[in-house]
Design a protein around this ligand. Structure first.
Ligand code: HGY
Ligand code: MN
Ligand code: MN
Length: 414
């Protein structure tokens, strides 16, 4: 049964354009990394729009931003809908913003239609979902679900040298109009709209993905250290070259991990070398490794293989190797009862759907630890994401928000 109400598609598409201006890149993407001035600008724009509609605005100690539309029973745990506003350094205009702004559009449409819900509905913009400026990812949703900020986080240093504690404090102070609330609260359920970030929906020409779960993710930081020395005077037998060890290990891993297991994902996102002088053998080679797999045991096996390979190649070059695990998220499964609510609402709105597992991680994975959560995927062109060319057709944007609206009305019932 769908309620006789609809979203304002033009308003939502306009909002997406408006937010895409904040951190817009020359090639049509967005660089609005977590806890930067641009992130703060997007948060304050959303908070301003909320205040204009008379919604209450809150933030918690890890700067998760909440926009609340009250319900008849304000003591009942609210329904949370949302996503994130931070982006990749060369990100697209839909990753995160689509879910956050679709959720805000749902609040506005309910307000326009004067529909009163039993439960309060809160839009949430989670802090640092991407994890690329400050690792790990999903800091906001993981601290929210654990009701604690890990003691080591405030000292974490960003890829640009900023310190997490300082940036977090600045971000909180930049939104004085948001009332502070404690970290974590009872939540009735959580829904998130997101672009698929893969090719499956577009290939099957299906407008809606009902996400049944999220594959596991593990991030490693690998440091190989050797001895810096003169490029001209150091013969081979004297060299302890960490970059040679790293390249040898990576060559083997690239040619084995994904070719031997089509469900495995192995990505080196960043490599750094110190001192980085053209005429000095490196002292240190550092790289990041992103491992993904639907099977948690496979992630452990991959981790062992990777560390073994690096150790062998480091030893062959008389170098040392250190590993640091900066993110570790086992696979998650969303509850069947929520998937059925989404599918029934999609049927009511005449939207074809298909069930699928998410290759990307999302905040819903952590929220699912404290409340039933589910995700609605919409297609993205060529499956491209974490790329400035990321694109979702207006019709798909509207369908995703329309389904979120109908599902929200269903779940906001007492
Ligand atoms: O990396 C991820 O899976 C997410 O899109 N940040
Ligand atoms: Mn995202
Ligand atoms: Mn992303």
């Amino acid at each position: 049964m769908t309620a006789d109400i609809d979203i304002n598609g033009a308003r939502l598409l306009g909002r997406l354009d408006q937010f895409a201006e904040i951190g817009a890149t020359a090639r049509g993407g967005v660089n609005r990394q977590a806890l930067t001035e641009l992130d703060r600008e997007a948060r304050s724009l959303l908070a301003g729009l909320a205040a204009t509609r008379g919604f209450a605005v809150f933030q918690d100690p890890v700067a998760n931003l909440f926009i609340r539309r009250s319900g008849r029973d304000d003591r009942a745990p609210p329904l949370l809908i949302g996503s994130h506003l931070d982006s990749q350094p060369a990100g697209g205009r839909f990753d995160g913003a689509l879910g956050t702004l679709s959720a805000f559009e749902v609040l506005e449409s309910l307000e326009d239609a004067g529909i009163e819900t039993d439960r309060a509905i809160e839009v949430v913009a989670w802090t640092n979902e991407e994890g690329c400026r400050f690792a790990p990812g999903c800091m906001g949703s993981s601290a929210f679900s654990a009701r604690a900020i890990p003691a080591e986080w405030p000292d974490f240093v960003a890829t640009d040298g900023a310190v997490f504690g300082d940036e977090l404090r600045e971000t909180l102070e930049a939104l004085p109009q948001a009332a502070m609330r404690d970290l974590g609260m009872p939540v009735h359920a959580y829904l998130e709209v997101h672009i698929e970030q893969g090719p499956s929906l577009e290939k099957d020409d299906i407008p809606i993905g009902i996400v049944t779960g999220i594959q596991g993710t593990r991030w490693l930081q690998v440091n190989v250290s050797g001895q810096t020395a003169h490029a001209g005077t150091t013969a081979l037998s004297y060299r302890r070259d960490p970059l040679r060890a790293m390249i040898s290990a990576l060559d083997t891993l690239y040619s084995t991990v994904m070719p031997q297991d089509e469900s495995a994902r192995f990505t080196i996102g960043r490599i750094e070398v110190e001192p980085g002088a053209i005429n000095a053998i490196p002292a240190l080679a550092r790289c990041t490794i992103d491992i993904r797999h639907p099977d948690p045991l496979a992630i452990n096996r991959l981790n062992v293989t990777i560390e073994q390979c690096f150790r062998e190649r480091a030893e062959a070059q008389r170098c040392e190797v250190l590993f640091k695990r900066s993110f570790d998220m086992p696979p998650a499964t969303f509850p069947e009862k929520l998937l059925t609510v989404l599918e029934r609402a999609a049927e009511g709105t005449g939207l074809a759907t298909k069930r699928m597992v998410s290759g990307a991680f999302h905040d819903a994975l952590f929220v699912n630890r404290i409340a039933p959560s589910a995700m609605i995927f919409v297609p993205c062109r060529d499956g491209l994401s974490h790329n400035e060319a990321e694109y979702t057709a207006p019709g798909h944007v509207v369908s995703g928000a329309r389904l979120l609206l109908q599902s929200t009305i269903e779940l906001a019932k007492g």
